[in-house]
Each structure stands twice: as structure tokens, then as C-alpha cells.
Design a protein around this ligand. Sequence first.
Ligand SMILES: [Zn+2]
Length: 146
Amino acid sequence: MTDKIRLVCPDCETINQFQAARLSEKPVCAKCKKPLMQARPIAVTESGLARHLGNSGVPVLVDFWAPWCGPCVSFAPIYAEFAQSAEPRIRCLKVDTEAQQAAGARYGIRSIPTLMLFKGGKEVARLSGALPLPQLQQWVAQHLSA
Ligand SMILES: [Zn+2]
């Protein structure tokens, strides 16, 4: 495979470009040398989210949540576990809709938690409410194979 893909660094938000085949070789950021995939959900701001969506060679899953939301808080460990198994195939992000209200408005988030799945920067699926890990994996797989 000689296709180049882009990934945004979770730490310094530099846009990295590399051979797609290297994705499985734990690529690091050209600038800060941190791993580009960290097997955990990355907290982003509204602008960080837009940057990831516009420059991600892999699908992006986003958890819109808030600290005061009980179901969101109990979903967090499930999402963290999902990220461990899903990366580097899928970039997992989370957006605190209380701190980043503009992001919630921009993506039309009406209830939380809401999960949004993006491919090539475009929304392919959206789900409101928390769900157990097997169902989450199934939901993502179903929409990415379509
Ligand atoms: Zn970096």
C-alpha cells in the first residue's frame, strides 16, 4: 500500500501525513514525537474536533457528553474500553458539551450522550443514549461496513 493518510496529533494537533501501511506500526507525531494513536478517547475542543474531522484518514467516533450527565459518566469507561480495541482503525474523540457549547450547537446535539460517527469528515451515523460495549461495537461495525 502506498496510499498516504493524514492524522491529527492528539497532543499538539499537528497534521501528520504518512503511508497508510504504517498505521499499524504505532506512528508518532513528526513534531512532538507523541503517539498519534493512544488507545483512548481524546478530549477535543470545537476547533480541535473540526481539525480532526477534516484530517483523519480513519473514521472518527465522537462522544458528546457533559460532566453533570449521569449516563454520560457511566458510559465513559465503556467508551474508553471501546477505544482500546478500536484504535488505530478508528479515532475516538470526546467533546464536553458544557465547556464546548458551540460544538454541541454546531452538530445539533439535542440530548446527551450522543455518539456521532464520521467517515471522510462526513456524518455517517448518530445515536442518542449510552449503550453496552458489545452493542457499541456492533453499531460502529454496521455503519462502517455500509
Ligand atoms: Zn504532536
